[in-house]
Ligand binder design. Structure first.
Ligand code: FAD
Length: 302
């Protein structure tokens, strides 16, 4: 047949997919299917989050174990400093390594029950625990030669005293040994592009990968955006207004909105994308295709 590829066989963008640890056997089966569906897109890695307050340690480790064994793609495990001593956090890192997981998304985390800027929900280090993500990165370097990614905030972390302080903190995490930053989700290309410029001006050379959220539930997305300081433009509120009652239309609008964002970023030279999949394959797979990333079906291990 005709060669439908752009540059490489999979297209010229690199992608990764984020999952959350399943709560039930049914959700675990669904995640397994999602991972199978996305594997032909040959992601650089798939990652599994670590629940707020460190609440999902067992479930996260169970999910990374299955993915590392069966997904046929590199797996990254998220890890946070909340409610755990260094020894406990280090044990999770060693458990990842033992599973064959060679990449950690190193985070400070938030106190249980309240994310980001919730009043009174400030992170306080556990006695004998890591103080912040930079400390965790340093600790991980002593455990094993993990690849390490860290979080970045195009609209600033809610606790940052200034935009510069937030950027300094990102630089500290990279200087400590992380090789990549993945951003919090955002909805306007300019938000990311300005951040990319500021990071470059601050001497940050590591890749900064935009985190893309295809909205699945509008109210939930707005609540989370408010907690993590993500701005929701008025045009977007209008576009999604009332659509939770019309899931099919919502899904189409979601893909159109996120697709436009991805294509704007691509036009500005962005070649790496991280998708917050919410454990669903179709929206992220559609966005990959819009970006020219093609599934390589024949290469997938049976
Ligand atoms: P840090 O980089 O440590 O910094 C947090 C804030 O504190 C920043 O404002 C920073 O400027 C400030 N700060 C840090 N150190 C100092 C210091 N020494 N002095 C002064 N200020 C300081 N959360 C989870 O619970 N589980 C997950 O799996 C998870 N995955 C995520 C994935 C991505 C890609 C992103 C973007 C976020 C994720 N989060 C996750 C959320 C994250 O845990 C929260 O945003 C948390 O509040 C901050 O974590 P951090 O690693 O960015 O913290």
């Amino acid at each position: 047949g005709p060669d439908l590829s752009t540059r490489g066989p999979e297209g010229d963008v690199a992608v990764s997919f984020e999952f959350f640890p399943p709560k039930t056997d049914k959700m675990a089966a669904a995640l397994h299917q999602t991972a199978q569906d996305l594997a032909p897109l040959k992601p650089r890695f798939v990652s599994v989050t670590y629940g707020a307050g460190g609440s999902t340690r067992e479930r996260t480790l169970a999910a990374t174990a299955v993915l590392a064994r069966e997904a046929g793609v590199p797996v990254a495990g998220h890890l946070t400093c909340v409610n755990a001593t260094r020894a406990q956090v280090d044990d999770v890192a060693r458990a990842y390594w033992a599973q064959g997981v060679r990449h950690i998304v190193a985070l400070r985390g938030d106190p249980p029950g309240q994310a980001g800027q919730a009043p009174g929900g400030r992170f306080t280090p556990t006695p004998g625990g890591y103080d912040n993500a930079a400390g965790l990165v340093r600790g991980l370097r002593e455990i094993a030669p993990f690849e390490i990614s860290v979080a970045a905030y195009p609209e600033n972390h809610p606790e940052a005293t200034s935009a510069q302080a937030d950027l300094d903190n990102l630089k500290a995490k990279l200087d400590a040994g992380a090789t990549r930053a993945i951003t919090q989700f955002f909805f306007e290309a300019g938000t990311f592009l300005r951040f990319r410029d500021r990071a470059a001006a601050a001497g940050i050379t590591a890749e900064i990968v935009p985190g893309i959220l295809p909205i699945a539930n509008i109210e939930q997305a707005y609540t989370f955006a408010a907690q993590c300081g993500t701005h929701i433009p008025l045009w977007m509120r209008r576009m999604f207004d009332g659509l939770d009652a019309q899931p099919e239309t919502r899904a189409l609008v979601t893909t159109a909105v996120a697709g436009e964002l991805c294509r704007q970023l691509r036009a500005e030279g962005v070649t790496q994308f991280h998708f917050y999949t919410l454990n669903k394959s179709a929206p992220s797979a559609a966005l990959c295709r819009l970006l020219g990333r093609h599934p390589i079906l024949e290469n997938v291990a049976a």
